[in-house]
Design a protein around this ligand. Structure first.
Ligand code: PMP
Length: 442
């Protein structure tokens, strides 16, 4: 195994200066153990750490790097934007350009508001839904993560699942009481909640396909059913595409389940609001919410729901977003889809050969592995939490030692990019049998 001395020293220094040594919890390698790698550069499918070692990256910055890291078109657009200045605190031409690119892919986005993080997008969507409907209750699903806003931190998957936390300290009981948490993939539970509280429910928020309890495939018609029931009760459906948007296809996961993958064909159903993040900013801090014009126009300055941001629509981030969506052609999605199928098949094969019971969970090009779940599969948070998660740490470290950087938690999706070429794929595939044996021995 190669040296991790410099990363270890950097981690020691960081721990003395920042809580847990990190600025986002999963980065601390809490559930897999060992030294978190401090990264110094990224190019294509590869990350390079402070000790000079490179890794094939299967995190892709948790989603944004769809084209691969440091794509030449995106870098050129960013360099040009930087040369014009970093932030103006005023409107700029590229904001409408990016909004228009989003609308071409997802026509139901009649209006778009840029923010800086996915958390801000969902937080604003929830406030807007409450302001528009005049109601208080929000339905979310256990295991879905929508960012770290108070009202959506209950049973929130992602880092909370990794750290085995049910929710967060600091969220008041009054706030928690206004969120109804339902089991995922259970239309009956949704029907029942609406039968009891229909007149008080402002919105249902759901990940377009959950990818923060590992990946979970929405059951056939589940999202369409949410659209129907919210409309029947005068509530809104907020489809959180922060992670899946512009990653699982040109029109995100909505495109795959609405019959409008290209954004051009008529959609069988549409949510009232979408939230986007990650790919939309091409690696810079941009996210957005959008949807029905009558709802979106409830935002200030036209409407009574307030929201603002010093760095919203930042010109450098807009340039990265425009360049990323422009470069993300149908070929890019086809290549990521094909690599994803190739890799998940190789993963499944390696685990089967090593005798490790598992299921592969899939949503478009996103997938994850759940150990010990072949009989039932994983359909909700309870299933995800019931898996043999202890097998992941040895699997993860065997891959890391072989130069493959996986998400440091079993509850996260594996992300590929269009830069994962044969050499990168071969490195991953060659490492799988050894990692599978390590998982078997756990
Ligand atoms: N929604 C979903 C579905 C996410 O996956 C995430 C982040 N992983 C967020 C919202 C929050 O985004 P951010 O981390 O940019 O605040």
């Amino acid at each position: 195994m190669s040296s991790t001395n410099i990363s270890a020293d950097l981690f020691d220094r960081a721990k003395a200066l920042m809580p847990g040594g990190v600025n986002s919890p999963v980065r601390a390698f809490g559930s897999v153990g060992g030294t978190p790698r401090f990264m110094v550069s990224a190019k294509g499918a590869y990350l390079t750490d402070a000790d000079g070692r490179d890794y094939v990256d299967l995190v892709c910055s948790w989603g944004p790097a769809l084209l691969g890291h440091a794509h030449p078109d995106v870098l050129a657009a960013v360099h040009a934007a930087v040369d014009r200045g970093l932030s103006f605190g005023a409107s700029t031409p590229d904001e409408a350009e990016l909004a228009s690119l989003v609308q071409q892919r997802v026509p139901a986005v009649e209006r778009l508001r840029m923010v800086s993080t996915g958390t801000e997008a969902t937080m604003t969507a929830v406030r807007l839904a409450r302001g528009f409907t005049g109601r208080n209750l929000i339905i979310k699903f256990a295991g879905c993560y929508h960012g770290h806003l108070d009202s959506l931190l209950a049973a929130a998957g992602s880092g909370l699942a990794t750290l085995a936390l049910p929710g967060s300290a600091g969220v008041t009981a009054a706030t928690a009481a206004e969120t109804l948490v339902l089991p995922y993939n259970d239309p009956g539970a949704v029907e029942e909640a609406f039968a009891r509280h229909g007149h008080s429910i402002a919105a249902v928020i759901t990940e377009a396909a959950p990818a923060n309890m590992g990946v979970v495939t929405p059951g056939e018609g589940f999202n369409a059913g949410l659209s129907r029931i919210t409309a029947e009760h005068g509530a809104l459906l907020i489809l959180d595409e922060v992670l899946t948007g512009f990653r699982t296809g040109p029109a995100g996961y909505w495109g795959l389940t609405s019959g409008s993958a290209d954004g051009l064909s008529a959609a069988a159903w549409t949510p009232d609001l979408f939230t986007f993040g990650k790919v939309i900013g091409g690696g810079l801090p941009t996210a957005a919410l959008g949807g029905r014009a009558d709802v979106m126009d409830y935002l200030a300055p036209l409407g009574p729901v307030y929201q603002a941001g010093t760095l919203s629509g930042n010109p450098v981030a807009m340039a990265a977003g425009v360049a990323t969506l422009t470069a993300a052609t149908a070929d890019i999605y086809a290549s990521v889809d094909a690599r994803s199928l190739e890799l998940s098949a190789a993963l499944s094969q390696a685990l089967a050969t090593a005798g490790v019971d598992h299921s592969i969970q899939r949503a478009g090009s996103l997938f994850s592995v759940a150990f010990g779940t072949s009989e039932r599969g994983v359909h909700n948070y309870e299933d995800a939490q019931g898996q043999e998660s202890f097998r992941y740490a040895p699997f993860f470290h065997a891959m890391l030692d072989a130069g493959v950087y996986l998400p440091p938690s079993v509850f996260e999706a594996w992300f590929l990019s269009a830069a994962h070429d044969d050499a990168a794929m071969n490195r991953i595939i060659d490492a799988l049998p050894g990692a599978a044996r390590a998982a078997a021995a756990a």
